[in-house]
Design a protein around this ligand. Structure first.
Ligand SMILES: CCCCCCCC(=O)SCCNC(=O)CCNC(=O)[C@H](O)C(C)(C)COP(=O)(O)OP(=O)(O)OC[C@H]1O[C@@H](n2cnc3c(N)ncnc32)[C@H](O)[C@@H]1OP(=O)(O)O
Length: 379
C-alpha cells in the first residue's frame, strides 16, 4: 500500500492550486456578493484542460485519473466553493455521462467539445416532485417518427443557464417505474428548451443554478443516450462518480476554513496571549485537521477503486457522507474560533459556512448516502 501521490498527481495538484490562487481566490468574495457566474474562468479552465481532466485524450481530455480530478476539485473548492461546485458539476455530471454511455458518434459530437472546454454541459435529473426519490421522474419523452418529444421541468440544475448542451432524464415507459426512464441529449438552443431566472441561494451564490422548462422539445432519435429505459442505472452510476467530487469539494472548503482558523488563532491575542495557546482552541483545530485528513483519504480511496474499475458505490457514498459532514462541522468551528468576527462578512468563514451546507444536500442528501451505504452493507 502506498499513500504517496504520483509525480503526475502532484503536478496536476500544483498546477490547479497555482491557477486557483491566481484566478479564482481573488474573485471568491465578489461572486458570492454579486451572484455573478464566472463564465470566463471556466473558459480558462477549459484551455488548461481542467474540464476534461479525467477524460481520455482520444476524446479531447487530459487522460488523468480520478485521484487527480479529486485533487483538482479540492483545490478549486479551497479557493472558492462556488467555482468548486460548478467545476465538479461540469465534469462529473455535464461531461462524464457522454464518456460512460455515449455512442462513438455522440462522443465525437458532444464529448470532444465538452472535454476541450469549448462548451459547458449540464445534467437535468431533479424535478420538483423527484428529489431524493429520483425514480419519481415525471418528465416524459415520446417517440414521434424519428424524434423524441420531451415535456416537463427540472429544478436545481447547476450551470444550465450557461450550458451548450444538457442531458435530461425522462419517462419512456410509465408502467416500468425506475426501469422506464431514459436519458436524452438536448442542445440548449433547441426550441421549447428554456431556463428560469437563476435561484437566489443561501451560499454558493457564484455557482449558477436554475430550472429547466421543456415544452414540446424535439430531439432526433439518435439523441437517446445508451439503451432505452436504462436511464435510472445510468444516472446512479453517474452519481456514484459525482459523489467522489462532492467529497473532494467538501475537503477543499473544510481545508480553507481550517487554514483561516489556524492563521486567525495564531494572530488573535486574548488574556495576554495568542488564542492558539488555549487548549480549547487547540482541540478544535486538532479535530479539524484530523477529520480533513480522514475525509481526504476516504475520497482518494473511492477514486482509487473507480480507477481500478472496481465497485466503489459504498466507498463513494461513505466519502461524500463523511467529508460533507466534517466540512459543515469544520466551518461551524471556524466561526466559533473567529468569535464575533467570524459572523461578519469581513472574514471569509461565514461564506464557507453557507457554502458548506449544500455539501450535505447536493448529489444525494446525507440521509440518501446512509440508505446507499445500508443497502451496500446488506441491511
Ligand atoms: C445549489 C444546488 C446544486 C446541486 C448540485 C448537485 C447536483 C445534484 O444534486 S444531482 C441529483 C441528486 N440526486 C440524487 O442524488 C438522488 C438520490 N436518490 C438516489 O440516489 C436513489 O433514488 C436511491 C439511492 C434513494 C435509491 O432509489 P430506489 O428507487 O430505491 O432504487 P433502487 O431500487 O435502489 O435501484 C433501482 C435499480 O437501479 C440499480 N442501481 C441502484 N444504484 C445503482 C448504482 N449505484 N449503480 C448501478 N445500478 C444501481 C439497482 O440495482 C436497481 O436495479 P435492479 O432492480 O435491476 O436490481
Amino acid at each position: 500500500m502506498n499513500f504517496d501521490l504520483t509525480q503526475e498527481q502532484v503536478m496536476i495538484k500544483n498546477m490547479v492550486r497555482d491557477f486557483a490562487d491566481a484566478e479564482i481566490a481573488p474573485r471568491a468574495e465578489h461572486v458570492d456578493r454579486t451572484g455573478e457566474f464566472p463564465f470566463d474562468t471556466f473558459m480558462k479552465m477549459g484551455e488548461l484542460g481542467m474540464l476534461g481532466l479525467p477524460i481520455s485524450e482520444e476524446y479531447g481530455g487530459a487522460g488523468a485519473d480520478t485521484i487527480s480530478y479529486a485533487l483538482a476539485v479540492e483545490e478549486v473548492g479551497r479557493a472558492c466553493g462556488s467555482h468548486g461546485l460548478s467545476y465538479a458539476a461540469a465534469v462529473s455530471l455535464g461531461v462524464s455521462p457522454f464518456y460512460y454511455f455515449g455512442t462513438e458518434e455522440q462522443k465525437q459530437k458532444w464529448l470532444v467539445p465538452l472535454a476541450e472546454g469549448k462548451i459547458l454541459g449540464a445534467f437535468g435529473l431533479t424535478e420538483p416532485n423527484a428529489g431524493s426519490d429520483a425514480s419519481g421522474t415525471q418528465t416524459t419523452a415520446v417517440l414521434e417518427g424519428d424524434e423524441w418529444v420531451i415535456n416537463g421541468s427540472k429544478c436545481f440544475i447547476t450551470n444550465v443557464s450557461y450550458a451548450g448542451v444538457c442531458i435530461v432524464t425522462a419517462v419512456t415507459d410509465r408502467s416500468k417505474g425506475s426501469k422506464g426512464i431514459s436519458a436524452f441529449i438536448v442542445p440548449t438552443d433547441t426550441p421549447g428548451f428554456s431556463t428560469s431566472t437563476p435561484y437566489d441561494k443561501l451560499g454558493l451564490k457564484g455557482s449558477n443554478t436554475a430550472e429547466i422548462i421543456l415544452d414540446n422539445v424535439r430531439v432526433p432519435r439518435e439523441n437517446l443516450i445508451g439503451t432505452e429505459n436504462e436511464g435510472f442505472k445510468q444516472f446512479m452510476v453517474t452519481l456514484d462518480g459525482g459523489r467522489i467530487s462532492i467529497g473532494a469539494l467538501s475537503v477543499g472548503i473544510a481545508q480553507a476554513a481550517y487554514e483561516a482558523s489556524l492563521k486567525y488563532a495564531k494572530e488573535r491575542v486574548q488574556f495576554g496571549q495568542s488564542i492558539s495557546k488555549f487548549q480549547m482552541i487547540q482541540q478544535k483545530l486538532a479535530d479539524m485537521a484530523t477529520n480533513i485528513e480522514l475525509a481526504r483519504t476516504a475520497v482518494h480511496k473511492a477514486a482509487f477503486l473507480k480507477d481500478q474499475g472496481r465497485p466503489f458505490t459504498k466507498e463513494g457514498a461513505m466519502a461524500k457522507l463523511f467529508a460533507s459532514e466534517i466540512c459543515m462541522r469544520a466551518c461551524d468551528q471556524a466561526i466559533q474560533i473567529h468569535g464575533g468576527y467570524g459572523y461578519m462578512k469581513e472574514y471569509p468563514v461565514e461564506r464557507y459556512f453557507r457554502d458548506a451546507k449544500l455539501m450535505e444536500i447536493g448529489e444525494g442528501t446525507s440521509e440518501v448516502q446512509r440508505i446507499v451505504i445500508a443497502r451496500q452493507i446488506g441491511c
